[in-house]
Design a protein around this ligand. Structure first.
Ligand code: CP
Ligand code: NVA
Length: 317
């Protein structure tokens, strides 16, 4: 970042310029730590960064709906002095994905993409000369987990030793929490029905990270046992975008996995409730829990903005 645009007292944005964020694995543990520190500073002192990405432009490509991710990326780049253009709809139907990448990198400084397939993100990254940022795929939701870790750190003062239990589908949101939680010394437990466990390669990779950080990864089919002693109970929709045809079958399979007051009372006394949103009240969470004093879901949503500003500063400085 140009030094003149940021005050001397602000932490320096550790540049990881021209790097893609195709998944959480694109950042090292140190870079994740730097991102969280920068996100906290951006949140405290937004005006310090108001011109940091002047004349930088993002392409937003969304194959799926979005409220939080799309609007916070638009706001983030605008509040850093830049701007964004967007395209909504299938990627790769009208023209090859590799051609899309080679158009957008001529016009803009980064591509933010929400896709059905992780391979679409990887292909955009392969053919683009500017950073490609994963805004959710079938495998990962890194930008969500950065905001989640920021929220946990605000509530508990640190991440090492915290237990987070994810109750539900071992899918994109769970995967990113496992990777980044494990890297941060957290104990991440995923409680899911049989057949809906997280991807085994991601379990293995996260377990290796946890060994290095002093954290742990566990997978259980028992939500009540899983939340025991948890500092945070996290859930996500049972039917993710693109899985709508399975919705009624999933309602039956996940029936015992609703986060309700009984489940929350099995967690730590000061436990918080987290959800990436959008939420289906009466399915993965009761209205009572999401509206309770334990719920931190709107802090998470707010932190999407700050964490993504930090990410853009690191990638585009
Ligand atoms: N949590 C999240 O990614 O929300 P959107 O789908 O609205 O972007
Ligand atoms: N698992 C959900 C997350 C939405 C933010 C989905 O992929 O639809």
């Amino acid at each position: 970042m140009p030094a003149a645009l940021v005050s001397d007292t602000a932490p320096r944005s550790p540049a990881i310029a021209a790097r893609d964020l195709t998944s959480d694995l694109s950042l090292s543990g140190l870079e994740l730590r730097q991102l969280l520190d920068l996100a906290a500073d951006v949140k405290r002192h937004p005006t310090r960064y108001a011109s940091a990405l002047r004349h930088r432009y993002l392409s937003l490509l969304f194959e799926k709906p979005s409220l939080r991710t799309r609007l916070t990326f638009e706001l983030a780049i605008k509040q850093l002095g830049g701007d964004a253009v967007s395209s909504i709809g299938p990627i790769g139907d009208r023209e090859p994905t590799k051609d899309i990448a080679r158009n957008l990198d001529r016009w803009t400084n980064a591509i933010v993409a929400r896709t059905f397939l992780q391979s679409t993100i990887d292909e955009l990254a392969e053919w683009s000369s500017v950073p490609v940022i994963n805004a959710l795929s079938d495998l990962y939701h890194p930008c969500q987990s950065f905001a989640d870790l920021q929220t946990l750190e605000e509530r508990f003062g640190g991440l090492g030793g915290l237990k987070l239990t994810f109750v539900g589908d071992g899918n994109n949101v769970a995967h990113s929490l496992m990777i980044n939680g494990a890297r941060s010394g957290m104990h991440v437990c995923v409680a899911c029905p049989p057949g809906y466990e997280p991807n085994s390669a991601i379990v293995d990779q996260s377990t290796l990270f946890a060994r290095e950080s002093g954290g742990s990864i566990t997978v259980t089919q028992d939500p009540l046992a899983g939340v025991s002693g948890a500092h945070a109970v996290y859930t996500d929709v049972w039917t993710s975008m693109g899985q709508e045809a399975e919705a009624s079958e999933r309602m039956k399979i996940f029936a015992g996995f609703t986060v309700n007051s009984r489940l929350m009372s099995a967690a730590s006394a000061n436990a918080i409730f987290l959800h990436c949103l959008p939420a289906k009240r009466g399915q993965e969470v009761t209205g009572e829990v999401i509206e309770s004093a334990q719920s931190a879901v709107f802090d998470q949503a707010e932190n999407r903005l700050h964490a993504q500003k930090a990410l853009l500063l690191m990638l585009l400085s």
